[in-house]
Design a protein around this ligand. Structure first.
Ligand code: CP
Length: 312
């Protein structure tokens, strides 16, 4: 397929994309790398405006969308605090989206509530990109995660992937598992019982022919993994702080633990990390998380180019 088929399309959930569509975006992302690194200049989105609406904290997603837009010659208008908008006076999200829709060509939305991006896409004339909705999904993170795996492992097919940490509230893994099943991944979910992958997602995976292994023991599975995808325990989503205290610090990846891993096993993390990966791991060949964060730029450039009608 041609990336131009994404023109004017929303990106709300990774489930809205086929394997072929994902591969098209990943191929285009590869072509964006020299522009993402500043080695090549582009004005392909000259005159277009990206509206970044971030109603939850973000470093990587917000700034990499902004960087991606600038690298392609687009302008950015942005909001990073609810208190700076008329939402603080009582305006609804739907009306806010209608207004921003009138001021830009594509809306990038991060919001604390699951379903917010779908609502925004329903009221906006211009396309909406979901930059994370509560514990729901984070489809652009999934695309950059896949891009990182593909660049490290050559092929995405049949990888053995262990996901560790907060699988209940971690929206990155909720999106990622959907995409990985399209590539025949073998999935292992490592979490304490209270933070295991939600049952509806596990059932959905089974309906697609993927039956994940679920365990609390990382030691039992680390030696077979091609990719160890580590997640932060999402303190801000726990209704009861005492429940967070029970699971905080459950897993910590360090060099001693990595001695059991395959030599070419990669460690990924959507970041931010707190204490779940020891800093000593950063200097090993396993560590891919900073490269992964950089990959947000070419992947988001590929999305903006496709959705806004850019030409390579
Ligand atoms: N991975 C990710 O979404 O990071 P931010 O919360 O910093 O955007």
């Amino acid at each position: 397929m041609d990336y131009r088929e994404f023109y004017d399309k929303d990106i709300v959930s990774i489930r809205d994309l086929s394997r072929e569509q994902i591969e098209t975006i990943l191929d285009l992302s590869e072509e964006m790398i020299p522009i993402a690194k500043g080695e090549k200049r582009s004005k392909m989105l000259d005159g277009r405006i990206v509206g970044n609406l971030f109603f939850e904290p973000s470093t990587r997603t917000r700034l990499s969308f902004e960087s991606a837009a600038h690298r392609l010659g687009a302008d950015v208008i942005d909001v990073s605090q609810v208190s700076a908008t008329s939402i603080s006076k009582g305006e609804t999200l739907a009306d806010t989206i209608r207004m921003v829709d009138a001021y830009c060509d594509v809306i990038v939305l991060r919001h604390p509530y699951e379903g917010a991006a779908r609502l925004a896409a329903n009221v906006s004339e211009n396309p909406v990109i979901n930059a994370g909705d509560g514990a729901g999904s984070h489809p652009t993170q999934t695309l950059l995660d896949l891009f990182t795996m593909k660049r490290s492992k050559e092929s995405l097919d049949g990888l053995n992937i262990a996901m560790v940490g907060d699988l209940k509230y971690g929206r990155t893994v909720h999106s990622l598992v959907d995409a990985l099943t399209m590539f025949g991944a073998k999935l292992t979910f490592v979490a304490p019982e209270s933070l295991q992958m939600p049952e509806d997602i596990v059932e959905h995976l089974k309906s697609k022919g993927c039956t994940p292994v679920q365990t609390a023991s990382l030691e039992d599975v680390i030696s077979d993994a091609d990719v160890l995808y580590v997640t932060r325990i999402q303190k801000e989503r726990f209704p009861d702080p005492a429940e967070y205290d029970k699971v905080a610090g459950t897993y910590r990846i360090d060099n001693a633990m990595l001695r059991e891993a395959k030599k070419d096993m990669i460690v990924m993390h959507p970041l931010p990390r707190i204490d779940e990966i020891a800093p000593e791991v950063d200097n090993t060949e396993h560590a891919k998380y900073f490269e992964q964060a950089f990959n947000g730029i070419p992947v988001r450039m590929a999305l903006l180019c496709s959705i806004l009608g850019g030409e390579l």
